[in-house]
Design a protein around this ligand. Sequence first.
Ligand code: OXD
Ligand code: MN
Length: 544
Amino acid sequence: MTNNKYILDWVKEMADMTCPDKIVWIDGSEEQAEKLRAEACSTGEMIKLNQELLPGCYLHRTAINDVARVEGRTFICTPTKEEAGNINNWIEPSECYERLKKIYRGSMKGRTMYVIPYSMGIVGSDFAKYGIELTDSIYVVLNMLIMTRVGNDVLDAIGDSDNYIKGLHSKAQLDENNRYICHFPQDNTIWSVNSGYGGNVLLGKKCFALRIASYLGRKENWMAEHMLILGVEFPNGETKYVCAAFPSACGKTNLAMLIPPEVYRKKGIKTWTVGDDIAWLRIGKDGRLWAMNPENGFFGVAPGTNEKSNPNALHTCMKDTIFTNVCHNLDNNTVWWEGLDNNPPKNALNWKGEKWDYTKYDKADKINTSGAHPNSRFTAKAVNCPCLSKEFNNPAGVPVSAIIFGGRRAKTAPLVYQSTSWQNGTFVGSIMASETTAAASGAIGVVRRDPMAMRPFVGYNMGDYWQHWLDMGKIIPHAPKIFHVNWFRTDDNGNFIWPGFGDNLRVVDWILARCEGKVDADLTAIGYVPKPEDINIEGLDGIT
Ligand code: OXD
Ligand code: MN
């Protein structure tokens, strides 16, 4: 534990308000985690899956009304509305604290409050940031143990300072009308109540590593972005890194874990995953922009993940994984989701825990007829990823050659183009748009503007965020080049034009060649576009 007075006083104050029966400090040990898993299984909060086929794997179901991030109930609580901007929801901080205190009061009665000290980044390193999450959910504890670096060494690293993010989460009654995900950037505080869905309650992820961190980044001259980090290793042994920002459920995990097409593999080109969702970017001593992944695991979308689309993700989640809201195959006590294979289980429970009849599946009504919820997830350890980069634990991260923006657009946006400068690239990021997905509640498939894929995640005014991008451009001596991609264009019959998945490396290859000045391009009104012959389509069926 700790003697840190700030921490002890704050834990006491929160416990006095929420009234848990007991308080348990999470120490990061396997022994404690195992006890919690057993407890969660004994209460039905988690189901232990077939340990021969899926060692260390569990299934959890959230409440039916609580399956995605709730952007309408997510608030940035800065003293003035201008600081939060006109895209974020805003409540004045003292009003918000008062409103939420009423909901939190007594909400942990009969429950345990867990104290989770966690680090975003390598504990003790220059660029790590620390948080403590208080929660009444074992599911949250077990997910945080996978997604972040948890334990007593974090308390040691915080020492006697008050420099840590104070997160309070209570499931309360899971009442959607009183669900709040609130950020107080000036107070280093996050309060989340009445939800049990990952994106709302694993406070290290969206709440800290994006919303609070983007605010800190602006103050401290760095950037927190909704980006994957991918390494491409060339036969000469050199590895180049790109960061890519796509909105939720648009294939960041797939690009981060891609397997090169055969023609590339034959040439000895390999790809490595550094991160699949969040990048913290700062200027290195060499004047380049460096990216590190503050997380320690993947909270990936399950549906659509299969041996072809993303074998690396599939292998990553074959052990030590918590599955949420997927379909439960009762014949062999394993899990299934739409798009895993063509063999839906005949004897199964759907994501709601009801008997599921796969023959009734209707694509137009996925929520009610699918086995797995469209936003069902796997929480899996990064160390289990077969293509994890050897730089994953490098506290400084990796130097970035290119930043890629992209969205899901059936029409309009071309396969790839390059901006003409950092400033123009900032503009390209700012006009990003994408068709909405199931990762957030609301309509699906509608084009919405999602600047830098950060619309739901900027912890302050979007206008100031763009200014921060422009300001950073002035102080990065060797800035990455900025590109835009769209894997999702369709023909008039609605079929995808580009094969996507591993073949996206062909586009990344062009991007890296551009960064090195190895390939020419045509300057158009939107920026540089490739000459058709410069995208390598060798071995690509059906494209000539
Ligand atoms: C996520 C999201 O879970 O963006 O990564 O919703
Ligand atoms: Mn995300």
